[in-house]
Design a protein around this ligand. Sequence first.
Ligand code: FE2
Length: 397
Amino acid sequence: MSSNTTKQTTPVEVTAPEATSSTDPLHLIDVDHVRIYVGNAKQASFYYAYAFGFQVTQYEDLTTGNREQASYLLTQGNIRIILTTGLSKDHEAQEHIRLHGDGVKDIAFTVFDAEKAFNRAVENGAEIAYEPYTVEDDHGTVTRAGIKTYGQVIHSFVSRTGNYALPNVKHGNTILPGFASMTHPLNKFNEDNPCGLKFLDHCVGNVELDGMNKAVDWYENVLEFSMFKHFDDEDISTEYSALMSKVMSSGGGLIKFPINEPAEGKRKSQIQEYLDWHNDTPGVQHLAFRTNDAIQSIAELRRRGVNFLDIPKEYYEIVWDRVGDIEEEKKIVQDLGILIDRDDQGYLLQLFTRPVQDRPTLFFEIICRRGSQSFGKGNFKALFEALELEQERRGNL
Ligand code: FE2
């Protein structure tokens, strides 16, 4: 990538919304971490470090005294991902991997009191994943409790004191008791060549046919989320898209959870392909990472070899009529294969990776919002044509 692909615009610092209320037990302060179960955490940490620029800063394994599992903490901006693998056949991560391959297990929320949040969610009808428990050491406490959402995915509530308080974790303190700090050979390179990913913008779940409304109700009733109303909040179902989607938003606007279900189309729905390769079980389809500079981030990610969806050339013949002028230089946007969409509040730039493991399941999105709060509906047709080409190559149409 030549140097003329560097950014054109003045970056606007974007941060996740902060908590303002400590009286609501389900007030989500932050996305505490996302736990991904992987077949080999040591190797996966290298992939995420190199391909996506995550710092690998903490770990737990046999050498730290953990005889159950090995984990690596990856950080970038306000994103914390824990890659975990089991050390024996009986660890639940191993069953998860056998049935689903690598995938998201837990989207954990920081709350003021994990036990209170858990109790409220259970009163609201949540099924228990695990009961509250507190681990305490000289540095402070971490209390965790978990509830089950769609498929095998859970939401943990996490409350923290002392050095384990989230602001301290953001400054490099230990994320969970038992983790040890580490250096990684790619950390310096990543510091010098940032990918600019800031925080988790949204987390998309794929559920079974007719499962969408059930999942939507779950977020409304159990976590007290509300339906995200925006200009394109109607169900999406075209001959190309072949899916239906509704978006749920947390009370404080911290994070959004779009839920997709397959729909009848001319071809097999991409949601159905996901389910076919995910043991017919709902799960997380993609995590969207926010950047404030799409050009810089995507240029750097491409330089690192991240495998993005190919956008058909024809897309750019019509897109500018649809979205009009943007701050970024259009030629660079096109050269980098970035998608653009506009709504009544502004526009967005986005791009989707191919699946990040061998099964066509979990992938990532890079998204940059310039006012728009939607999800790129205008890109669906162009995008799904591209996805169909991919499905065809995999023999799954
Ligand atoms: Fe998305």
